[in-house]
Design a protein around this ligand. Structure first.
Ligand code: HEM
Length: 472
């Protein structure tokens, strides 16, 4: 049996990090129970799971009169995510479309296929390798801001660092550059406020039939979306007037991209793609860094081992993606973090046609809920599912090959930015470990709470102890 560890102050291995309580029995059996599920899920999308959920592979359910299937079987989940019989649910489009427009994140069908193809050159390993200096700069910005502090709210610090990284990678703009409409600070502020506010699902998202129904009632989303579009449009216009002489960022690549008929992409599409990258990329990666640092703070032995890797090959020496192989444990820590705290905790699809999944009938409109949170802690799919054991990923050259590991989704709509996120997270985390030892300032457990991403129930303070640098 795994024994629990209560804090980082000297308890036993293996570490069983905090998680929300698991209900002994299903909640939603009676009408009152369904109301309880709605309330629990309103607080946190992972708040209503029961013991049975961690054992079953497929469980049909009815929720507020709508049929659904809770799917944990990895093969079937991958099949659903790869099948044209399913589409992203309406509520996801409603929450993000005002920010990402018709970009790849929310488009469907032929438009999506064409867009995904035109984006492929922006995310090749070579293109991601070209973005490493931006990630190194963002990591240095993070550690500079922490110098002289013995305590810090790292949840906020990582939000800032990942916004900085994505704004640098997209537009060569720093998140704290406050100059006029082109200043990264305006974009950073808008993106942060949108994701923390209007992006969250509201009641209308659950009742509306289409992505564009009743949107006149979503004033805040429309207002913030319009300001965001104006700022990104201005940046694109400015870049057209003053092009870079070499490819320095993703905007350069998007301006150079050609569609299937060899035509440049329209400005609106470029804007929507940039917005999609930002919306999909900054908070997910920020949360990954937060949970990884939390786990390392609770497990100082692993933290020291990861730091030794970084000391042997410091982030300043990284010049290409291959150099990241110098940190195998650090990379495994990030994968194990994505297993235990998948920062995209819920993947949903709505059936467009009848189907059958693992013997369960699927009618059109049925919601298929795939929860990386549950699948990654499933008792039939993982050994010691609740324990923090980064070594389980050490031998995996390709953890994507593990069928029950879905942090970035699967199928044709698998995360296009997975390589980007992993490179960024490794570099930023390595920079932090190189400069500081991290521990928790208090014993209070941090419980994950899920909305669009998996965040903490409170933002804890971390204690920081500077690491003495060896003389050069
Ligand atoms: C730890 C960080 C990240 C996690 C856990 C994550 C997770 C995911 C998941 C699970 C999906 C699939 C959703 C679905 O099938 O419904 C997805 C899609 C997507 N992600 Fe990520 N993501 C991360 C970082 C990024 C970054 C850094 C970018 C861009 C720079 C990005 C861009 C996208 C886009 C554009 C899509 C939509 C792809 C499509 O529909 O074709 N993501 N992500």
């Amino acid at each position: 049996m795994d024994s629990p560890v209560l804090s980082n102050f000297g308890l036993t291995a293996p570490l069983i990090p905090p998680a929300p309580r698991i209900h002994p029995r299903p909640l939603g059996v009676t009408p009152l129970g369904q109301l309880r599920v709605a309330l629990e899920m309103g607080r946190s999308l992972i708040g209503a799971y029961c013991e049975e959920d961690y054992e079953s592979l497929a469980a049909p359910y009815m929720f507020m009169g709508h049929p659904g299937l809770f799917l944990n079987d990895p093969g079937s989940a991958r099949r659903v995510l790869s099948s044209p019989k399913y589409a992203r649910p309406v509520k996801a489009a409603r929450s993000l479309k005002p920010l990402v427009g018709e970009g790849v994140l929310m488009s469907e069908g032929e438009t999506w296929r064409r867009q995904r193809k035109s984006l492929a050159p922006v995310f090749t390993p070579a293109a991601t390798g070209g973005l490493l200096p931006h990630f190194i700069a963002a990591g240095e910005g993070l550690t500079r801001a922490l110098v002289g502090k013995d305590r810090a709210n790292l949840a906020q610090a990582f939000h800032h660092a990942t916004l900085d990284a994505v704004l640098r990678a997209l537009f060569s703009r720093r998140a704290d550059a406050a100059k006029g409409v082109f200043g990264g600070a305006i974009l950073a502020d808008l993106a942060r406020r949108y994701m923390e506010g209007p992006a969250h699902f509201n009641l209308l998202d659950f009742v509306a039939k289409g992505a564009d129904d009743l949107t006149f009632l979503d004033g805040e989303r429309r207002r913030m979306g319009a300001r965001w579009f104006k700022a990104v449009d201005a940046l694109i216009e400015e870049r057209r007037r003053n092009p870079h002489s070499a490819v320095l960022d993703m905007l350069d690549r998007l301006l150079a991209a050609r569609d299937e008929d060899d035509r440049p992409l329209p400005d609106q599409e470029i804007r929507d793609q940039c917005s999609s990258m930002l919306a999909a990329g900054f908070e997910t990666t920020s949360r990954l860094l937060f949970w990884a640092t939390y786990l390392l703070a609770l497990d100082p032995v692993t933290q020291n081992r990861a730091r030794a890797e970084v000391a042997a090959f410091p982030p300043e020496r990284i010049t290409g993606l291959d150099d990241l192989k110098a940190w195998p444990l650090l990379r495994s820590v990030l994968f194990e973090t994505l297993r235990l705290y998948p920062t995209a905790p819920m993947i949903a699809r709505q059936a467009l046609e009848p189907d059958e999944v693992l013997g369960c009938e699927v009618v059109p409109g049925c919601m298929i809920t795939i929860s990386p949170w549950v699948m990654h802690r499933h008792r039939k799919l993982w050994d010691a599912p609740t324990a923090f054991r980064p070594e389980r990923f050490l031998d995996q050259t390709h953890p994507w090959g593990i069928e029950a590991f879905l942090p970035f989704g699967a199928g044709p709509r698998v995360c296009i930015g997975a390589g980007f996120a992993m490179a960024e997270a490794q570099i930023v985390l390595a920079g932090l470990l190189e400069r500081f030892a991290v521990a928790m300032a208090s014993d209070r457990p941090v419980i994950p709470r899920a909305s669009i991403t998996l965040g903490p129930d409170h933002e804890p303070e971390f204690r920081l102890t500077p690491i003495m640098q060896a003389p050069a």
